[in-house]
Design a protein around this ligand. Sequence first.
Ligand code: PLP
Length: 392
Amino acid sequence: MSTKNINSDSIMNTYGRKDVVFEKGSGVWLYDDAGNKYLDFVAGVAVNCLGHSHPAIVDTMKSQVENLIHVSNIYWTQSQLDLGEKICKESGLSSAFFCNSGTESLEAAMKIARKFGKAKSDDKTKIVVLEKAFHGRTIGALSLTWNEKYKKPFGPLVDNIVAVPLNDTEGLKDIMDENVCAIIMEPIQGEGGIYNSSQTFIETARAMADTYDALLIFDEVQCGMGRTGYLFAHQLYDVKPDVLCLAKGLGAGMPIGAVVVNARADVLVPGDHGSTFGGNPLACATGNTVMDIIGEASFLDQVKSVSAYLIESFNALNEKYDFLKEIRGSGLILGVETKYKSAEIIEKALEEGLLLIGAGENTVRIIPPLVISKEEIDIFIDKFEKILLALS
Ligand code: PLP
């Protein structure tokens, strides 16, 4: 634990923080101000996809800083043009808008959905979302989010948003009508507990959006950018959205978000939307390097292979301790539901020099940097075994 006395009076009290002050990071490891070393299985909540201080990211940022950090979006920069082209090529979509965070990408997607709908009829403004969804903290994105605790103090929120349970195919069909302008969903729910959409559900969502002339919007802020072992999570299902929301891993730690659309959803015109910082050259140069590294088939194969090894290791540990209720998710976005409270596991993990985060009462979220090796998974499993010993 940190040795410093943390005087946080001047920081708004919006997070339940651990008493650790981090000073540096390297690969999958973080170091606090007392020199203690932690295995980072939080990765800035699925942000540090390439770990800490990845040489290619450091080099990109250094050289970009020396040339150009920011110009307004009333001009062009090559790094933004390049990043747009790469994302469109890989996703098969046609154009991108860059912002700075996940919640902003959802805000842009909501505006696209409403404009798309209202061009057809004034009543076509209904947005279908999923129970347990998490889409962000700004008023618009919060309105799409399920957890009442996050929303209640801040109402009234955006109206005409209706929710169905994930994988309730019949429920989704029942809720659809001609006034729906969009279905917004995470292909794999993150914050809500790591729940995969079923193949049938996601295909039904595509079909319903087509039948009712609505947009299918995938929020891949957490599950995208290589986390599933596919560059984009929807490639796991082979179902394409009309609108794709990205952030977190896209900048590997540099704040950047994107909303990417196909021709049908390309409805915004000058004056409709904007962002001062969105798509700045520093963020986009970093995003280009991330895309180049993560987009490699060998990188994605490694994510799949490490994931299989990790699941095997959890199952082997379960033979000894019988702690597992379920493992959900894909690639390196896994939810490990145990018979213990996730808060207890997380607390013990910190003592063992392991950073973990939960997703619900009994589910530990496994979202390490995508560059993690099998040797580092072994270190993780040793630490996890010590935690189980302490709890059992
Ligand atoms: N959407 C999803 C699926 C998320 O997991 C998050 C954040 O955790 C967001 C949106 C919001 O992203 P941000 O915190 O960058 O605004």
